[in-house]
Design a protein around this ligand. Structure first.
Ligand SMILES: Nc1nc2c(c(=O)[nH]1)N[C@H]1C(S)=C(S)[C@@H](COP(=O)(O)O)O[C@H]1N2
Ligand SMILES: [Mo]
Length: 332
């Protein structure tokens, strides 16, 4: 970790590359070579537009398309509550952030294809009256409804995804949080034999995320077990992952094995790696730039141009009351 902290500022600045370099379509590997970086050193900064060839630099003038949905007259195409059509199965399952397997989005699906997700258990404990371990049958009993949500990655790309699953509050009510519980801490599987990425020394594995208890109990906060009416593919976080649609995508932790109700704010993997870049709240906020790029616009996978990013990813009506009176700039 000490080594990672030391490297971080240097990598960050050297990866900020002029737009002209990007427009020549250099491969990521070539860019990294130019920047004098090894692939492993670059992995630390990989959760950034500057480190991928498929995104634009923060200084690029966005060709802003209105944030209206593409018109869908086809009733067989699923759309979110704003009328935006869902991304395709192929888009959703071949462009993934899942660092336990790979930092290369397009490689995750293949590397994760044999990951064993059955049998699986999720242990829910900590400050609860009825601690409990859920197996796959228990998860099935919690229900399977469809929620078509936007996913806005902190790297400034987005998708619309038809998830299947159940609201997290249903699971939490079964374990009965005690009056002392204030936060929920989530932990991902960490199996070095199946997950080549967890040998990376740049991160404090396992992947950990957290929510305030009231955020966790909000009806939008969803436990995902399926996609497009089918079982969740490994690359999307099978057999159980979170979807918190008003927060940056990294909060939506995959392959959950442990959930703890706790008194103090959990430290997430990303906050530990780069605290000034990835805060605990990480609510989607177009007015607060990431230290290395703007968050004002995003690239919807499958669309040309860019669209405006909306406060709370478009879910402000439903969630802004959770943050009444809070300074959302300081609490990024
Ligand atoms: N365990 C774990 N969960 C994770 C990640 C990860 O690397 N490991 N990546 C996050 C990020 S940055 C994003 S954008 C979403 C991507 O979800 P998707 O691949 O289903 O679109 O998963 C999040 N959950
Ligand atoms: Mo992300």
């Amino acid at each position: 970790m000490a080594r990672a902290r030391l490297l971080l500022p240097r990598i960050s600045s050297s990866l900020i590359t002029p737009e002209s370099v990007y427009s020549t379509h250099l491969s990521r590997r070539k860019l990294l070579r130019l920047a004098g970086l090894s692939a492993s050193a670059a992995a630390l900064a990989a959760c950034s537009p500057a480190a991928t060839s498929s995104t634009v630099t923060p200084t690029a003038a966005p060709s802003l398309s209105p944030s209206q949905p593409r018109p869908t007259s086809d009733p067989s195409i699923k759309a979110d509550e704003f009328g935006a059509p869902a991304n395709t199965w192929d888009e959703i399952t071949t462009y993934n952030n899942y660092y336990e397997f790979s930092t290369d989005k397009e490689a995750v699906a293949e590397i994760a294809k044999d990951f064993k997700t059955n049998p699986w258990t999720v242990t829910v404990g900590g400050l609860v009256d009825k601690p409990r371990t859920f197996d796959l049958d228990d998860l099935r009993r919690l229900g399977s409804e469809e929620r078509i949500y936007r996913l806005r990655c902190v790297e400034a790309w987005s998708m619309v995804i038809p998830w299947m699953g159940f609201p997290l509050h249903r699971m939490l009510k079964e374990v009965q949080p005690s009056s002392k519980a204030r936060f929920v801490r989530f932990e991902s599987a960490m199996d070095a034999a199946q997950m080549p990425g967890v040998s990376s020394p740049f991160y404090t594995w396992p992947y950990v995320e957290g929510l305030r208890l009231d955020e966790a109990m909000h009806d939008l906060t969803f436990m995902v077990t399926g996609l497009y009416g089918k079982p969740l593919p490994n690359q999307n976080g099978a057999p159980l992952r979170l979807a918190v649609p008003w927060k940056y995508g990294f909060k939506s932790i995959k392959a959950i094995v442990k959930i703890d109700l706790v008194e103090t704010q959990p430290v997430s993997l990303w906050s530990a790696a780069a605290p000034y870049e990835y805060g605990f709240y990480s609510n989607v906020n177009p007015d607060r730039a990431h230290p290395r790029w703007s968050q004002a616009t995003e690239r919807r996978i499958g669309e040309f141009g860019r669209r405006a990013t909306l406060p709370f990813n478009g879910y402000a009506d439903q969630v802004s009351a959770l943050y009444a009176g809070m300074d959302l700039y300081a609490n990024y």
